[in-house]
Ligand binder design. Sequence first.
Ligand code: C2E
Ligand code: CA
Ligand code: CA
Length: 536
Amino acid sequence: MKQKSGARVFVEILGWTLVFMSITAIAIAINVHHYVDTFLAAYRGYHFDDVFISLNIAGLIGLIYSLMRVKDLTLENHRRREAERNVEWIATHDALTELPNRRMLDKELAATAAEGGVQRTVFSVDLDGFKRVNDLFGHAVGNEVLKTVAERLKSTFPHESIYRIGGDEFIVITRGMDADTAAVAGQRIVQQLTAPIDADVMTVDVGASVGYAFSQGGADALNTAIMHSDYAMYAAKTAGRNRAMAFAPSMEQDVYKRARLEGALKRAVREGAIIPHFQPLIDLKTNRVYGFEALARWELQPGEFVSPGEFIPLAEETGLIVPMTEHLLRLCCREACHWPQDVGLAFNLSPVLLSDAVLGLRLIKIMSDEGFSPTRLELEITESSVMKDYPAAQKVLGDLIEAGARIALDDFGTGYSSLSQLSGFSFDTIKIDRSFVTAMNKGERQDKVIRAIVALGSGLGVKTTAEGIEDDEQLAYLRSLGCDIGQGYLLGKPMPAEAALRFMQEREEGATAATPVTEGKAANMVTPLPNKLRRA
Ligand code: C2E
Ligand code: CA
Ligand code: CA
């Protein structure tokens, strides 16, 4: 039922009072007292004045009561309007940071339709590493981080519009900035948000990727600028995070390309279309096959391969890395079961997987399902992935080490690590990054780095593997330094599973190591397999 407004009730009461007074006046005019007197003469106990005064007192009480009702109703209406305003606030604001939300942005966008010609700059801000903070330290710490981020944005832009439009996404809209000022402002956001944040009882670090775009005009132009700033933010993320980038038209193409690739990757992972190829690891002392490194291969269409450098980061960002890694390990175990027992399997583990505490146990289960012993497995991880999230990595790797797996530090020399941290971490192999081997013949410095890494390996009692060996000179030199294992196109390119079996057979038959086996050539080889290596 609709409530009457205070003013309306007041008018009604006033109306009734006037009616009452009019009736009294008419009664006086038509000599009603005469009839009343006659009536009272019949009932002697009453006096006309008494009755008149009583009626007036009753009217006054009615009026006072009515005025009080009007006051109550006005108050109630005020409260109602307040509550309505509160509901509106809740619907258009983020309760945690108290910043306006996406709904508010949409509302304000609709309102800007009328204001043409205003120059605005839209900044899309996305935190880097926020999910990791949330997963590792819990939502309470995550919430503190978001509140601090909001505070820092508010203090950086005290007079501008700031919105929280998603979990860790913010939008800032400023007026009247030129390209130079916007570049400085973008940089300031990055600086502000990369500074350490005190959350709960700890200090955490997150970063920010910022994209920005300009709009001159009403709602449509502003909407486009929001989309463009988002593209630029993705470009900043892809370019290495913790940076601010202005929108450029080519970024739009990149986003479409990425979206298409993401869809195709989802399908490929679902259909198990990503398979391992195997690159030989050669024991430089005995010249025998020490093992194979599994490298993921995705053939988008016949003959067209997508590089792992392109799809692995995408798989990591989208979470597809988890089912992809599990599927790859299963296929690798199946293949490795056809290899001689002393030939190992080197398997790459992406850094993002190391924060999944039960990953180790799941991988052990896969190996057990496939009848593959974890003692033949060497997991390749990068030094920075371990150092970044030491406790989580220790849990995952601890489970695998306990089951008998070995650990190799991949791309050694390219990350950051302190020797004290390294010595406190259990690993079995150091893989010298390809860049050092490639640059080896070019300068004395690179030589010294390799020499030092080999010495470090022997000092710590772990094996050293050199990646990217492409010529005989590199091979001979690495051998002379005492490097244990060699890997590179000279010794064998990554090849399909069938070719890996043939590769071992050829080496057994004394084929020279200097005859490189390529991915293309290997697939076409038709040499019959020896019984020992034939598939069941
Ligand atoms: P990585 O682990 O360092 O693998 C070695 C890369 O060097 C491979 O590239 C290999 O083909 C290439 N390579 C080997 N020998 C030579 C050589 O003599 N010369 C040159 N120029 N290159 C050589 P690929 O297969 O393109 O893989 C690139 C990276 O992608 C890998 O680097 C690894 O980080 C990642 N990756 C590949 N497969 C997987 C996978 O299954 N899981 C994960 N997490 N990462 C993978
Ligand atoms: Ca590797
Ligand atoms: Ca490597």
